[in-house]
Design a protein around this ligand. Structure first.
Ligand SMILES: [Cu+2]
Length: 105
């Protein structure tokens, strides 16, 4: 019985871990490939659980566990794959490798 209670409290804490939602602009083209590319980059960061990039507004909404990561780390991961974020400029090499439809400059 005691074990059951502890397991219950444990899963309760996991579900309600510090999930934070943030939105910031990520530059990209207007195509699905950009959406997949940007969302994949954000999801590659441990602690990020939900991502949604809007092709029109370029807004990226991220939900993450703020005991594991932060906005700066997420933006760095995206910039490394070739897309500009408010705090980090895109890696030039990665940008050059993007498909033509995804160039935004
Ligand atoms: Cu694209």
């Amino acid at each position: 019985m005691k074990t059951k209670v502890i397991v219950f409290i444990g899963s309760f804490l996991t579900v309600f871990a510090e999930n934070k939602t943030e939105t910031f602009i990520v530059k990209g083209g207007n195509c699905d490939e950009c959406k997949i590319h940007i969302e994949k980059a954000a999801l590659s960061v441990p602690g990020v659980s939900i991502v949604d990039w809007d092709r029109e507004s370029k807004d990226l909404q991220v939900v993450f566990d703020d005991t594991k990561t932060d906005v700066d780390t997420i933006q760095k991961a995206i910039a490394k794959r070739g897309n500009d974020t408010p705090n980090h400029k895109a890696n030039e090499e990665a940008y050059n490798e993007l498909p033509p439809c995804c160039k935004y400059e």
